[in-house]
Design a protein around this ligand. Structure first.
Ligand code: DAH
Length: 346
């Protein structure tokens, strides 16, 4: 009996080693452990073995089964590796040159941001930065946005867990951290640090709980502007934005202000523009920005004297401007990192 088991293990070794693919392996396995396999036959004969010999035989049988299972496992690993190698072709040669020739180029959003900043720099604006993680104070309260304002809703704003920690953004005890929904929070950060006169722009990433589609992305970019001095009027605001849009979109570009509401400006406007670039968009006026005269309550929250100083602010989406400039019809292209799209801006 013992010899028979030894023989079965020896045969199994040879048969399994000879199997070079999965079908061969399954056939070899069937011949050993299948219903009519050699090992199965021995097991079926257990009954004919004298009772006193059964424990010894059982032990030997188990050992043989384990050996054979080990052979199966090893063979399967080798077969699977061979199958994988056949699927992916010859091994990668790391000494070959990279498949993408030539240098990279700026992302279209970077180009657009640089172009926008360049125009404002010509007329005395400097670029400032804020933080993407903000507190309710900078994003809403200091901007005169009431507690019940819909923008603060959980459905619109990403709030961070109560126990989140950000060393560089201090928050009051009962406040929550959030991902800024607009760059307007930088207005507050800037005014708390600097005294008027002030002329700044601030580009950066913003976040909203928007469902992604051709014109919405939960993560997008804005550029904010803030101008504070004495005797600043709506005329100044209109002149600055007119100049900006004409530089950006070419001679003959017109802007139009429509009354609107923002908590941090009074009066507030939405800005539309019209330009030859729009022929392909198929409508004459296109909404592009929000703006207005800084609301005195905002000056109060940063300890500016609203009697002495006045100012204007504006904000606009960088993606939207890039889509107009380059004729892009789906915002998702910006984030897919597809070389076929990106190389068109090189
Ligand atoms: N924060 C506004 C938005 O995200 C845009 C905006 C409107 C910014 C008016 C301003 C402003 O500075 O004065 O839609």
């Amino acid at each position: 009996m013992e010899d028979e088991l030894k023989q079965i293990v020896e045969d199994a070794k040879q048969k399994i080693a000879a199997a070079s693919n999965r079908a061969g392996f399954e056939a070899a396995k069937a011949g050993i452990s299948g219903p009519n396999g050699a090992l199965t036959r021995v097991m079926k004969n257990m009954g004919s073995i004298p009772k006193e010999d059964r424990p010894t035989f059982g032990k030997l049988l188990n050992q043989a089964k384990q050996r054979i299972q080990g052979l199966y496992d090893e063979a399967l690993v080798a077969i699977e590796a061979a199958e994988l190698a056949a699927r992916i072709g010859p091994a990668v040669d790391p000494s070959l040159p990279a498949p993408i020739p030539g240098p990279g180029s700026s992302h279209p959003l970077t180009k657009t941001r640089e172009e926008i900043c360049g125009i404002f720099k010509q007329i005395g604006f400097t670029v400032v930065e804020g933080t993407e993680v903000e507190t309710e104070y900078y994003c809403f309260d200091a901007l005169n946005t009431p507690a019940e304002h819909p923008a603060r809703d959980l459905q619109d704003t990403f709030y961070l867990p109560d126990d989140a920690q950000f060393g560089n953004v201090s928050k009051k005890q009962d406040e929550r951290y959030l991902l800024r929904t607009h760059t307007s929070s930088v207005q507050i950060r800037t005014m708390l640090k600097e005294k008027p006169p002030l002329r700044v722009i601030s580009p950066g990433r913003c976040f909203r709980r928007d469902t992604v589609d051709a014109t919405h992305s939960a993560n997008f970019h804005q550029i904010e502007g803030l101008y504070v001095d004495e005797n600043v009027t709506v005329r100044d605001l209109k002149a600055v934005l007119d100049y900006f849009f004409e530089q950006l979109l070419g001679k003959g570009t017109k802007t139009r202000f429509r009354p609107h509401f923002f908590p941090y400006t009074e009066p507030s406007f939405e800005v539309d523009f019209s330009s030859s670039h729009l022929a392909k968009l198929g409508s004459e006026w296109v909404e592009i920005a929000g703006c207005g005269m800084v609301e005195p309550a905002v000056f109060d929250s940063v300890d500016y004297d609203a009697e002495k100083h006045s100012g204007f602010a504006f904000g606009m989406g960088i993606e939207r401007i890039a889509m107009i400039l380059y004729g892009i019809d789906d915002i998702r292209y910006f984030y897919q990192n597809d070389g076929r799209f990106l190389s068109q801006f090189a």
